[in-house]
Every structure is written in C-alpha cells, then in structure tokens.
Design a protein around this ligand. Structure first.
Ligand code: 13P
Length: 255
C-alpha cells in the first residue's frame, strides 16, 4: 500500500492574534476533507493550541507543538510538558528545530525531549540539518552525528513514533541561500536511511517517514516529494498562507 504523505505546517512565531490563528486554521480545515492520501498537521505557537483544539472536534487536521519540555512536571518556568499537550489532543511535537538549536539546544537536550515525547505517545518530528553544504560532503558526517545523538534513547520499537525532518539550515527562511536540488535531496535521504539502518534495521529504516523542510512552496513541493524521495514536507512561510498551503496539500495528495 502507498505510504501516506505527511505535510506539516510550522507556523513558528506567527500569526499575531488568536483571531488570525483561528481564521488561518479554519481556511485550511475547510479544504482538507478531500485529501485521502495525505496526513495534515499544523504546529501553531503554544498559546493558540487550546483554541484550535476546540475548533478541531473532527480532528480533520492534526495539531503539533513546536517544542516540548523533557521534564514531566515541576519547577520549569516557561516550559510546556508532554502531558499538557496530550490533554489538548496534540499529536506531534517538533523537536530540535535549527532555530531552537541556534538558541542553545544541544543534541543531548534534543535526545531527552524525543524520549519524553515518544514515551507520552506523541510523534516526535526530529529536525536535523547542516548549517552549510560543503563540496566534500562533510555535512553528511554532521547529519549522522545529529541523528545518532538525538535518537540515543529511542529503541527500534519506539521509532514508529518518530519522523525525521531533514531541514538544511542554509535553505530555511526568507534569507535562505537557496533550496536543495531534488537529486541532492534524494541522495541525502538515502544517506539518512543508511544511518538509520545501521542503527536499527533495514526494515525499520525503510518504513520511517523522512520529511523535507526549507523554503517549500507550491512551486517546488512536487519535486521534493517525487524526485527528492521525501515522504512529506515541513513547511514554514508557505503554511501561513492558507491558499498556498492547500495548494501544497493538493500536490502531495496527487502523488
Ligand atoms: P521556511 O519554509 O519558511 O523556509 O521554513 C522552513 C522551516 O524551518 C520549517 O520548519
């Protein structure tokens, strides 16, 4: 059976108000019922999760968080636990996004968060990606180390609750140096599967969802999914525009 594509919108620190968040969510929700071959999720800022969860009684769109605490409860000012997210029917947690790594999140912290999320039954969207792509392919070693360290507490059985998002840092955001070419993406995804296969097994590595993120839009989405071999996309800016995001969903659903 064909594996479903997984398209996740990472809203980052947007939009500005609850009303705008609800409108964006509703505009996407209206369109998603028709997509049979695609799972859809959005990851709004924490403060909007509760309101959007209430709007989502039919669970047409899965909800995700953009971060999570590695601790279950207690004296952790400013943190949000996996248990709290579970009460809002949150399904995904983005972990180790490069923007958080840039704020000081280490592989060790990422690893603890992945364990906490998976233990609670959330699906961890583990982000990995190099800052620069060099011609000697040294970036592959960086990716390998990130994957090994970030998954250090995860057993083969638990891996079904992990999705990997390959997000090259240089391809992210309005100041991106470019986008990854689909052929280069395919090679990188094959490399990631090899790392997973060495860590776990070929069967598990083959079954894992590997997403691509970095300047995805309605024009390039198809190439990442078809020629690039990605099982889905983690979309930043384009997910803040309902029309563009729905266009990406349509493309994914037709593959
Ligand atoms: P952009 O799509 O805005 O480049 O962001 C990608 C990203 O970081 C998704 O997590």
């Amino acid at each position: 059976m064909k594996q479903k594509q997984l398209i996740i919108g990472n809203w980052k620190m947007n939009p500005r108000t609850v009303l705008e968040a609800q409108k964006l969510f509703d505009d996407i929700k209206k369109e998603v019922a028709v997509f049979q071959g695609t799972d859809v999720a959005v990851c709004p800022p924490f403060v909007f999760l509760s309101g959007l969860s209430a709007l989502n009684s039919g669970k047409e769109i899965s909800l995700g968080a953009q971060n999570v605490s590695s601790e279950e409860e207690g004296a952790c000012t400013g943190e949000i636990s996996v248990g709290m997210l579970k009460t809002l029917s949150v399904k995904f947690a983005i972990i180790g996004h490069s923007e958080r790594r840039a704020m000081g999140e280490t592989d060790e912290m990422v690893s603890k968060k992945v364990v906490a999320a998976v233990k609670a039954g959330l699906t961890a969207v583990l982000c990995v990606g190099e800052r620069e792509r060099d011609h000697e392919s040294a970036f592959l070693q960086i990716l390998k180390e990130q994957i090994i360290a970030s998954l250090s507490g995860i057993s083969e059985r638990q891996l079904k609750n992990v999705v990997i998002a390959y997000e090259p840092v240089w391809a992210i955001g309005a100041k991106a140096k470019g986008v990854v070419e689909p052929e280069a993406l395919l090679e990188t995804i094959i490399f990631i599967r090899k790392v997973l296969s060495d860590l776990y097994s070929q069967k598990t590595a083959h079954a894992m969802k590997i997403l691509y993120g970095g300047s995805v839009d309605e024009k390039n989405a198809g190439s990442f999914l078809k020629e690039g071999g990605a099982n889905g996309l983690l979309v930043g800016r384009a997910s803040l525009n309902a029309k563009k995001f729905v266009e990406i969903l349509k493309i994914a659903d037709n593959i």
